[in-house]
Design a protein around this ligand. Structure first.
Ligand SMILES: Cc1cc2nc3c(=O)[nH]c(=O)nc-3n(C[C@H](O)[C@H](O)[C@H](O)COP(=O)(O)OP(=O)(O)OC[C@H]3O[C@@H](n4cnc5c(N)ncnc54)[C@H](O)[C@@H]3O)c2cc1C
Length: 426
């Protein structure tokens, strides 16, 4: 039996970041992750400039810096946005390995193994480990510890258990309760080759008739394409078709553009030519599919859901910390890890709950209140259509939109900021 101060299940951004901070301060940490080597977490890999400013060392990981983006509205209106603050796009293998290696260098023990759904429980040391205790069902003695078993039979114990095991967290389900399907979003996509000709544009296109958007994020050696939408209205066949059209339009537009011009993508076409069909077939040979869920908590859930309790805490996706409008979760994974580690190192881990609520809880709740309106109608057209239309004609609105992409513009005062910018001269 190996005893630690803290066991962290999940070495994604949240788990590795918390582990590094704790281990640097001398805490004995075990970081357990069961992802097979070389298997990336499904993700666009976009890291906002807000995150890059907060933790500049993230720029040491090999990624691509993005300082312009092409946005499309559901009706195909185009906006080219130059960003004052660039963001970065990483392959998740590179990004996660970078953070995990930093944690390892800080002195923590990394265990490559999976904790099964029933592989953790709380025990009182007066009872022998391995006795058939009801998982989590027993009272806590003065000396209570967590016992974690991995699939290959390893056993570890610690006074504190951290669930950083992502959107499907088994630990969160047991300790904070499962989330209903309506509070989960779904994202899927393809990793496909970089275009042979032309530059690789970064594109976000809001979907026609669906909540959510499609993206093309060029990385160092491939393009990550995807669609993020709600789980309750998910129609895989239709959305997959939409995504293939989007991908083919992407390659068409970049390969026909010269350096000095940007060719608009022909999005959401209804008539499909023979050439278009054969382009899709070609691309199918090379693209690699991925899919995963993203938490998208409802407004009320932000008030009621707990991310910590007696001897445990949840970080990142496991806690539900993702932006319900965009699905962005890396910043919140890192920030929650930082807040938890700071509270733990002050010997006041119970303060974590209040810290995350104050720091970003209000912002995420506001985002979840805005979600319906963001993907709903405004003056007889989709709000995203109006937003892009206004931004095309107004520098102030373009600036606010750029700040939103950068992660520097929150939702709490978004309406006020947009209204104020709209009143300023063009
Ligand atoms: C398709 C898609 C695109 C996205 N694009 C973006 C984007 O561009 N930008 C952005 O900011 N966010 C994006 N997100 C969200 C982002 O991926 C997550 O918010 C972020 O990864 C959360 O980090 P985390 O450390 O909390 O969890 P994760 O990154 O999910 O890490 C959890 C870790 O726990 C491990 N684990 C799980 N269960 C166990 C177990 N039982 N035993 C051991 N280990 C376990 C997993 O192997 C994994 O390594 C996207 C999500 C999806 C699905």
């Amino acid at each position: 039996m190996n005893h630690f101060d803290v066991i962290i299940v999940g070495a994604g951004p949240a788990g590795s970041f918390a582990a590094e901070r704790l281990a640097r301060a001398g805490v004995r940490v075990a970081l357990v992750d069961g992802r097979p080597p070389g298997e990336p977490k499904a993700c666009g890999g976009g890291v906002t400039s807000k995150a890059l400013k907060a933790w500049p060392h993230l720029l040491e990981a090999v990624g691509r810096t993005i300082d312009e983006i092409d946005m499309y509205s559901p009706s195909g209106k185009h906006l080219h946005l130059k960003l004052d603050e660039p963001f970065a796009v990483y392959s998740r293998i590179t990004f996660d390995t970078f953070l995990r290696e930093r944690a390892r260098a800080a002195g923590e023990v990394v265990i490559s193994d999976k904790v099964s759904a029933r592989g953790f429980k709380r025990v009182d040391h007066s009872l022998s480990i391995g006795s058939s205790l009801d998982p989590l069902g027993i009272g806590r003695g003065t000396d209570a510890s967590w016992l974690v078993r991995t699939q290959s039979g390893g056993e570890f114990s610690a006074k504190y258990l951290v669930g950083a095991d992502g959107a499907n967290s088994a630990i969160a389900k047991k300790l904070a309760g499962p989330l209903p399907p309506t509070e989960m979003e779904v994202a899927f996509g393809y990793r496909a080759p970089l275009p042979e000709l032309g530059g690789a544009a970064t594109v976000v296109a809001f979907l026609p008739k669906w909540v959510g958007y499609a993206w093309a994020f060029p990385r160092v050696d491939h393009v990550s394409f995807g669609i993020a939408t709600t789980q309750d209205a998910f129609d895989h066949e239709q959305l997959d078709k939409l995504l293939w059209d989007f991908m083919v339009s992407y390659y068409e537009s970049v390969s026909t553009a010269s350096d000095s011009e940007r060719i608009r993508m022909r999005l959401w076409r209804t008539a499909v030519s023979k050439t278009h069909r054969s382009q899709i077939e070609n691309l199918r040979q090379k693209a690699e599919r991925y899919a995963a869920r993203i938490p998208g908590l409802a407004p009320r859930t932000w008030d009621t859901r707990k991310a910590s309790g007696d001897g445990w805490a949840l970080l990142g996706d496991a806690a539900g910390f993702a932006d319900p409008v965009t699905g962005e979760g890396i910043y919140y994974a890192l920030r929650s890890a930082e807040l938890f580690a700071d509270a733990y190192l002050k010997a006041k881990p119970e303060e974590y709950e209040e810290l995350w609520r104050k720091d970003f809880g209000g912002e995420l709740k506001r985002a979840s209140e805005m979600r319906r309106r963001f993907y709903g109608n405004f003056w007889g057209a989709p709000f995203t259509d109006r937003m892009i239309e206004f931004a095309r004609g107004h520098r102030g609105i373009r600036k606010v939109l750029g700040q939103l992409v950068a992660g520097d513009q929150g939702y709490v005062d978004l309406k006020k900021k947009l209204a104020k910018s709209a009143l300023r001269p063009l």
